[in-house]
Design a binder for this molecule. Structure first.
Ligand SMILES: [Zn+2]
Length: 305
């Protein structure tokens, strides 16, 4: 699934082509994309409006249109936007037409992507407030802010990072990369992290996302750029998908484990497993996720998925 760097890459690529142009038509070929709104209702609300800016919030691409109309796109698993493809893509669900004759297709084989409309900045802000937490590239993403969020969490830190209502835009790849950079085990309870660890994690999240943006995103699954070019971040993963390879810091084999239901990669020397020791969190049941993860690596759990 595209994460913040992949969506940001798409935004940067498309913005010069769409900003200042007028959307002359929006052809919704799959009504599921924008339900409960009917395709024609959504099309009527955006048709004829100038694109003032192409923005991004978390993993959403935001079309800011004339008269404070906002169209929020989420690509989900397999969605991609193709600008002027030689022929309409096979799984085109939506076609955008611009006043200079260019066409943009939303191609989405698995059909999980969505398009949602907000009339007015307040409606847009309410939409995001209900779904997204702090934006990692914003000035609000401080270690103090992150520490306040982790302190009251009972989730393992990997699950915490994947929760879009906490930090927006981080998914499976960049959570693994950030935790490795910060030296924090993915199963460590978020509420047990020290201020120092949280400060390291805050910086690691930003550094990992910036590295992803610099490489124009990772090309795994079905992620493609609007012109079909592929990003190269997958070649630069420090830890993600590197099971069995030597850790780039200590040389021990990278392990694959399962955290938050996702295949997760870690070096258990550089990112020590949480120990079950006396802790104020213990009585609150915060240890549940780490109950079987004393100092001995739990091979059965680690081998799955
Ligand atoms: Zn290591």
């Amino acid at each position: 699934m595209p994460e913040l760097p992949e969506v940001e890459t798409i935004r940067r690529h498309l913005a010069p082509h769409v900003e200042g142009r007028v959307l002359t038509a929006l052809d919704v070929r799959d009504e599921r994309w924008c339900r409960p709104l009917a395709g024609e209702e959504l099309a009527a609300a955006v048709r004829g409006r100038r694109v003032e800016a192409l923005g991004r919030r978390g993993k959403y691409l935001v079309w800011e249109l004339e008269d404070d109309v906002h169209l929020m796109l989420h690509l989900r698993m397999t969605g991609t936007l193709l600008l002027d493809p030689p022929e309409p893509p096979r799984y085109a669900r939506v076609r955008f037409a611009l006043d200079d004759g260019r066409e943009l297709y939303f191609d989405d084989p698995r059909r999980f992507g969505t398009g949602e409309l907000a009339l007015g900045g307040d409606a847009r802000d309410a939409f995001f407030a209900a779904r997204l937490g702090v934006e990692p590239f914003s000035a609000d993403f401080t270690s103090a802010h992150l520490y306040a969020l982790t302190k009251v969490s009972r989730a393992p830190i990997k699950a915490f990072l994947l929760d879009q209502r906490k930090v927006a835009g981080v998914g499976n790849i960049y959570a693994d990369e950030a935790l490795f950079r910060a030296g924090i085990h993915p199963l460590r309870p978020a509420g047990q992290l020290t201020r120092k660890q949280v400060a390291a994690l805050r910086d690691a999240v930003v550094t990992s996302l910036e590295a992803g943006v610099a490489a124009k995103g990772a090309s795994i699954d079905d992620f493609r750029h609007p012109d079909g070019v592929e990003g190269t971040f997958q070649d630069r993963f420090l830890i993600h998908l590197r099971e069995g390879e030597p850790c780039q810091v200590c040389g021990r084999p990278v392990r694959k484990l399962r955290a938050a239901g996702r295949g997760t990669y870690a070096c258990e020397k550089c990112q020590p497993r949480p120990r079950q020791g006396p802790s104020k969190n213990r009585r609150r049941g915060a240890q549940a996720a780490t109950r079987n993860s004393d100092r001995r690596p739990d091979r059965s759990a680690a081998a799955s998925s």
